[in-house]
Design a protein around this ligand. Structure first.
Ligand code: FAS
Ligand code: PHB
Length: 384
């Protein structure tokens, strides 16, 4: 078998790359380890930057997103018994975010690929990448797929990054001393917008997926397990961390999904080797506090699509050669913003009284200075 681009992974990066390449007449095969039902059910990100929405709409896969997505013009920072709105419409006029679950994006992309007769294969075990320097190929289940290029879109735990010979990659990473317990509940959101809450008990986030489904996160110890968090304990802790301002009541409902996500930051440089190009979580991970992970994956794919289109249509490899450099500036901006939001809002070492005062002082500054609030807003909605 032969294809122009062999893609490992059917997450947002792999599926969007396959779709955008198809629109430019470039063939690809997507090889996914999990089942279609699994990847369509996997709950992850929820916030799309304007650039991500524009990309999906322009690519013809944004109809349901425009119908069902929830456009937001601001977020709330809640701390020390105070509530402060970061108003995008005032600080970054014309730019906003849309709340739309990552699994919905994945469903829309899979539907589009299959409708177009795209070659997306699920439950493919033992994918391996070979001969990356010259004539690359993938093997899986006793088969061989010859490719002109391989795209590693297989996430943080995939096989593509480890296929790069030792000594080539420089890795930058930071593990945080806490994790997030994520919860989905069948209850109308108690706030129209997202609430990022910093409390002495720890961070909490009030988000949502629809007018009838809310999404919550709690900062928990790094080794926490969802089994330690029965529903009653989750609601009690969410109330303790969110019901801190007058007039706010957190509505409760049936919890139907819960899981713990580690908080880590990671970047592998360069994001390419020979004819292998890494995109999305295969190359970088951010703590989800800044809602950047999915949006970074989409941004990588936009750059890679242009580079591959130029290569296949003209033979020029210049954009491919500069792919990693083109992505890393945005990657590191998102890394810094995610670190900044995480350190601003989470509770660290309980003995660090000085550090906690610094946090409160910075929050007072961000919520009283238009310049500081604009810094948060323009990074959150996505830099142009
Ligand atoms: P993905 O990990 O989504 O997709 C990679 C795909 O490759 C998967 O389908 C996987 O099954 C497949 N794969 C892996 N190894 C393979 C192999 N050997 N062979 C074939 N296929 C293979 N971001 C946010 O912005 N907000 C959040 O709240 C948030 N929550 C998250 C929660 C969790 C548990 C995780 C892990 C991530 C979260 N993220 C969040 C980040 C997340 O949204 C990623 O940024 C996004 O999924 C990146 O998309 P991909 O790069 O496509 O990687
Ligand atoms: C989500 O709704 O899943 C979400 C929202 C904002 C974040 C992280 C996750 O910063």
């Amino acid at each position: 078998m032969r294809t122009q681009v062999g893609i490992i992974g059917a997450g947002p990066a792999g599926l969007l790359l396959s779709h955008l390449l198809h629109l430019r007449g470039i063939s690809s095969v997507v090889l996914e380890r999990r089942s279609r039902a699994y990847v369509e059910r996997r709950v992850r990100a929820g916030v799309l930057e304007q650039g991500t929405v524009d990309t999906l709409v322009e690519a013809g896969v944004g109809a349901r997103l425009l119908r069902e997505g929830l456009p937001h013009q601001g977020i709330e920072l809640r701390y020390d018994g105070q509530s402060h709105r970061i108003a995008f419409e005032k600080l970054v006029p014309g730019r906003s975010i849309t709340v739309y679950g990552q699994q919905e994006v994945v469903k829309d992309l899979i539907a589009a690929r299959l409708e177009a007769g795209g070659d997306v294969r699920f439950e493919i075990e033992d994918v391996a990448a070979h001969s990356l320097e010259a004539e690359p190929y993938l093997t899986f289940g006793g088969e061989r797929l010859d490719c002109d290029v391989i795209a590693g879109c297989d996430g943080f735990h995939g096989v593509s990054r480890p296929s790069i010979p030792p000594g080539v990659l420089q890795v930058f990473e930071r593990d945080y001393p806490f994790a997030w317990l994520g919860v989905l509940a069948r209850v109308a959101p108690s706030s129209e917008e997202l609430i990022y809450a910093r409390t002495e008990r720890g961070f909490a986030l009030h988000s949502m997926r629809s007018p009838t489904v809310s999404r919550f996160y709690l900062q928990v110890p790094p080794d926490a397990s969802a089994d330690e968090w029965p529903d009653e304990r989750i609601w009690a802790e969410l109330k303790a961390r969110l019901e801190t301002v007058p007039g706010f009541t957190l509505e409760t409902g049936e919890i139907f999904e819960k899981g713990v996500t580690p908080m880590r930051a990671f970047v592998a440089e360069p994001m390419q080797y020979g004819r292998l190009y890494l995109a999305g979580d295969a190359a970088h991970i951010v703590p989800p506090t800044g809602a950047k992970g999915l949006n970074l994956a989409v941004a990588d794919v936009r750059v890679l699509t242009e580079a591959l289109d130029r290569f296949f249509s003209t033979g020029a490899a210049d954009l491919l050669d500069s792919y990693s450099e083109s992505c890393l500036k945005r990657v590191w901006r998102a890394q810094h913003f995610s670190w900044w939001m995480t350190t601003l809002l989470h509770t660290f070492d309980s003995d660090d009284a000085y550090g906690r005062r610094l946090q409160l002082s910075y929050l007072d500054y961000v919520t009283s200075s238009e310049a500081a609030a604009t810094t948060l807003a323009e990074n959150y909605v996505g830099l142009q």
